[in-house]
Design a protein around this ligand. Structure first.
Ligand code: NAP
Length: 482
């Protein structure tokens, strides 16, 4: 149990807290294995009620002024920030990331509410010069309607914020289905909604069977948009079902980020960027460096500096002071890291740091660095989602761009160079939705986050983030006379 008024073990529907009967889901703390609570296991019927509540809320909310919608978002921002450490503690306890990262995630989530609250007032339309003297052409943006949201466990607060903030700002109610492993950060939004006085049904949180809730989202005609963040296979299945009912969709899916270091890079900067990019959240982010490509001339120097820093990382319970890497989310995450390491070894990879479970046991894993990685390894193709850094050697710019693009994914990419011409050339050549040059962390609410290829469609954050939550309406006003 967590002692906090934000810790709720019921679902939040139509402004009320609802039990799910005897059918519940137990949630554990990955740092200790201890069960911290249970949440209801909702199915289609309960989800239908949440959608109906959202539909009722939509009748009013769609007519609320942009300023008021913006103010509501701002109040959510303030509530998140006023309770940042309490919310951060819930997040770390259910998910495992170090407390400093959890507090950072709460602040990051809050910034989406601030940003979209401001953007609500700039949801401009257009007046198009009419080809007809007696007619006018006006374009407005209208909220799509009820939104169904499904989010993963790795950023339990922020992934909801990117969706809920945009939806509420655009005029749409939302029904959120969080990951079953981290529902408490999501349910805390229900407490926030109550405390800031959101209208009933505007923000609902349901926990339970992913497939039943998703089926209801897909088949219920009141849901007009489905927004999903999670793995590519689940996203593809959901997109196929949603398309049968012609639902608007946004898909934030998996990644396989390349992190490239050219000979002319600032090496210390590249090493710091690689640490932040690879080991943040124990390597469990969709934008984590999955493949590190280092040019031959600096390969050994990079390896020496990088391995030294990785060896010094403190692993432990995220609630402990000074911990840089918490546990992985569960046993299967550990198995995947082990599988990638074994495969890398079999293909000639050399383990320079780590390579095994951590002595703390449970789901703790040693931060790992692999030397002499090659494109034949599983890790070159598959998202590890763990603290394992394979370092590949390359010779030319052309070669590394080819290797970086040799994946079905296209979310984030990174490279380090001091050559301006190369910065532009490589930026344009990388087939990714996001490119960071000389930086290892790129997420911010003011920029469009999203991928290409199998990494999905749609953008979250930035001025583009509202587009996914509005319909463009064209009105022709005729008979005006000359
Ligand atoms: P996941 O297994 O796809 O789960 C994500 C969400 O989908 C959870 O809420 C899960 O519910 C639900 N789900 C599971 N099966 C479903 C189904 N058949 N139909 C509908 N929903 C279903 O992904 P994950 O392992 O939690 O998250 C890691 C993945 O997310 C990685 O691939 C990562 O790259 C990606 N990710 C992408 C972004 C981005 O912005 N592009 C951000 C973060 C993470 P249950 O928990 O109840 O099973």
């Amino acid at each position: 149990m967590i002692d906090s008024r934000f810790f709720k073990q019921q679902c939040y529907v139509d402004g009320a807290w609802i039990d799910g009967g005897n059918d519940t889901i137990a949630v554990n703390n990955p740092a200790t294995g201890e069960i911290i609570g249970t949440v209801p296991k909702f199915g289609r019927e309960e989800t239908r009620k949440a959608i109906a509540a959202a539909e009722r809320a939509f009748r009013e909310w769609r007519h609320v002024s942009a300023e008021e919608r913006g103010n509501a978002c701002r109040r959510i921002h303030d509530a998140l920030m006023d309770n940042q450490t309490e919310l951060g503690r819930i997040l770390t306890t259910e998910m495992g990331k170090p407390l400093a990262e959890a507090n950072g995630e709460v602040a990051y989530a809050a910034r989406f509410f601030k940003w979209f609250g401001e953007e609500a007032r700039r949801l401009y339309g257009d007046v198009i010069p009419s080809p007809f003297g007696d007619k006018r052409i006006i374009v407005t943006k209208e909220p799509v309607g009820v939104v169904g949201s499904i989010t993963p466990w790795n950023f339990p607060t922020a992934m909801i914020a990117r969706k809920a903030a945009a939806a509420i700002a655009a005029g749409c109610p939302i029904v959120c289905k969080p990951a079953s492993q981290t529902p408490f950060s999501a349910l805390a939004y229900g407490v926030v909604a109550e405390e800031v006085g959101l209208p009933k049904g505007l923000l609902n949180v349901v926990t339970g069977s992913a497939s039943a809730i998703a089926d209801e989202f897909c088949e219920n005609p009141a849901v007009r948009k489905i927004t999903f963040t999670g793995s590519t296979p689940v996203g593809k299945g959901l997109a196929a079902k949603a398309s049968a009912h012609m639902k608007r969709i946004s898909m934030e899916l998996g990644g396989n980020a390349p992190f490239i270091v050219f000979d002319d890079a600032d090496l210390d900067r590249a090493v710091d960027g690689a640490i932040a990019c690879k080991y943040r959240n124990s390597g469990q982010t969709c934008v984590c460096a999955n493949r590190l490509y280092v040019q031959a001339g600096v390969y050994d120097a990079f390896m020496a500096k990088f391995a030294a820093k990785v060896s010094g990382m403190k692993v432990g319970d995220g609630l402990e002071e000074g911990v840089a890497q918490g546990p992985l989310i569960d046993e299967s995450a550990v198995e995947k890291s082990l599988e990638h390491i074994a495969d890398a070894r079999a293909h000639g990879g050399e383990i320079v740091v780590g390579g095994a479970r951590h002595e703390l046991g449970l789901t703790y894993f040693q931060p790992t660095v692999i030397r002499n990685a090659t494109q034949e390894m599983l890790i070159a193709r598959d998202e590890t989602f763990g603290p394992v850094a394979p370092v590949f050697r390359f010779d030319t710019e052309e070669e590394v761009v080819r290797m970086a693009n040799a994946t079905e994914y296209g979310l984030a990419s990174y490279f380090y160079t001091s050559d301006l011409g190369r910065a532009f050339r490589v930026c344009e050549a990388l087939e990714y939705g996001m490119v960071a040059v000389n930086e290892g962390v790129l997420s911010t609410e003011v920029a469009p986050f999203g991928g290409v290829k199998d990494s999905g469609m749609g953008r979250e954050g930035s001025k583009y983030g509202l587009d996914d939550y509005v319909n463009v309406k064209y009105a022709l006003i005729g008979g005006l006379g000359k």
